[in-house]
Design a protein around this ligand. Structure first.
Ligand code: FNR
Length: 382
């Protein structure tokens, strides 16, 4: 109710509320290159759109008279309790979005206790992000380099700087066909953004003839060679296991058989995701992939989900279809573009408030009570 009480004294500097308004404000702040880098998807953006619109295939059926005075959004993952089922998705090169870059986003999360997933492609090295977060919860996202020494080194550095899980992104062994970026001739990595973790990595630096400060061009060119790894197979996961005792989650699982393989190869969690529709145009939407994947996993390991989460009701639908928690990508980035740390914090707080209100309105006291029975399939989805 506090949210509505504020209306008696509206803040003249108040921030946007809806996802659509945040996007509009972000458009005013950013040049074409960075704006479309955030907004865009692969190819004709059909998967990106389906990620959002296919939530309409499900409808929530609220229940009444259930005493929802006290509500609890908290969840438990890998023996840690988090205040809500919301995590900040890994996003690279945030300094092209706002001067505060990853530090702004990470601090916003730290203030809320929301786990921040630091990207391998961050502008700012993971140790600096960790330092800005104190002992707040954080995970590290690995882009598994073609150079195994770099991959091993990243995992070790993450462990040493207090990241408590490793998220391995599998859907990006190479950059996708992204028409916005091609049109705008814009890839932040090639202008030296997004190399923070590489330019500070001993295994990466050992392969250069000169320091990145002396010859940035050569360092960036070497980065393009080692960044992705199209040669990986399931058996390679053993290499990661040897390098860390932290929980390992696979991000980018869409096929139920890959979910089963994830279990077979001993990972600790999976994230159903199509990278926000940024990799395979025409791929199944994440919300459509989720039920079959959860069905296969059957609570053996936690299933998380991202790609298309915009509102509290989306989180309820994702949890009803088997997700234990969700990751939020573009909404947080529009917050960052509009107002740095303050913007990210506002977006995440609004999403939690929307979730809390909607939870109560459907007659549930805890997110852990959300199950398939809260949903029906829509007859005529739009
Ligand atoms: C991403 N994503 C991403 N994923 C990842 O594993 N490592 C990364 O460095 C990035 N970088 C990145 C940059 C930008 C600008 C965007 C929008 C996305 C994908 C991200 O983690 C997540 O899967 C999607 O953003 C989720 O979809 P929504 O919430 O944006 O619809």
């Amino acid at each position: 109710f506090n949210i509505y009480k504020d209306m008696r004294n509206p803040d003249p500097n108040r921030l946007p509320v809806s996802y659509e308004d945040w996007e509009k404000e972000a458009r005013k702040k950013l040049e074409d290159g960075p704006f479309y880098y955030v907004k865009g998807g692969a190819g004709g953006e059909r998967t990106m759109e389906a990620n959002v619109s296919n939530f309409n295939r499900w409808q929530i059926v609220p229940r009444m008279l259930n005493n929802v005075d006290e509500r609890d959004l908290s969840i438990n993952l890998f023996d840690q309790t988090f205040p809500s089922p919301i995590l900040h998705a890994p996003i690279g090169t945030q300094s092209v979005i706002h001067d505060e870059g990853e530090i702004g986003s990470a601090k916003a999360c730290a203030e809320l206790g929301i786990p921040y997933i630091a990207s391998s492609a961050a502008t700012i090295p993971m140790e600096k992000i960790a330092e800005a977060m104190g002992d707040a919860p954080r995970w590290f996202q690995l882009y598994w380099s073609r150079d195994p020494e770099i991959a091993g080194s990243f995992v070790k550095r993450a462990e040493a700087s207090g990241y408590s899980a490793i998220v391995v992104t599998l859907d990006t062994p190479m950059m996708a066909w992204r028409e916005d970026d091609l049109r705008n001739v814009y890839l932040p990595f090639l202008i030296g953004e997004g190399v923070g973790n590489y330019f500070t990595d001993p295994a990466f630096l050992a392969k250069l003839d000169q320091s990145p400060q002396k010859d940035p061009e050569a360092a960036i060119m070497h980065w393009t060679k080692v960044f992705g790894n199209t040669g990986l197979t399931w058996g390679d996961l053993a290499f990661l296991r040897e390098h860390t005792n932290l929980p390992i989650l696979l991000k980018g699982i869409l096929h139920p058989e890959d979910a089963e393989l994830a279990i077979e190869y001993g990972v600790d969690g999976i994230i159903v995701s199509n990278h926000g529709g940024r990799q395979v145009d025409g791929a199944i939407s994440a919300i459509d992939a989720l039920p079959q994947v959860s069905e296969v996993i059957q609570d053996r390991i936690p299933v998380l989900m991202d790609s298309g989460i915009r509102r509290g009701s989306d989180i309820i639908k994702a949890m009803a279809l088997g997700a234990k928690a969700v990751l939020v990508g573009r909404p947080a980035m529009y917050g960052l573009a509009v107002a740095g740390k303050r913007g990210v914090k506002e977006v995440l707080q609004n999403l939690s408030a929307d979730l809390d209100i909607t939870l109560g309105l459907i007659g549930k006291r805890s997110v852990n009570q959300i199950d398939r029975s809260v949903l029906v399939e829509a007859k005529n989805p739009k």
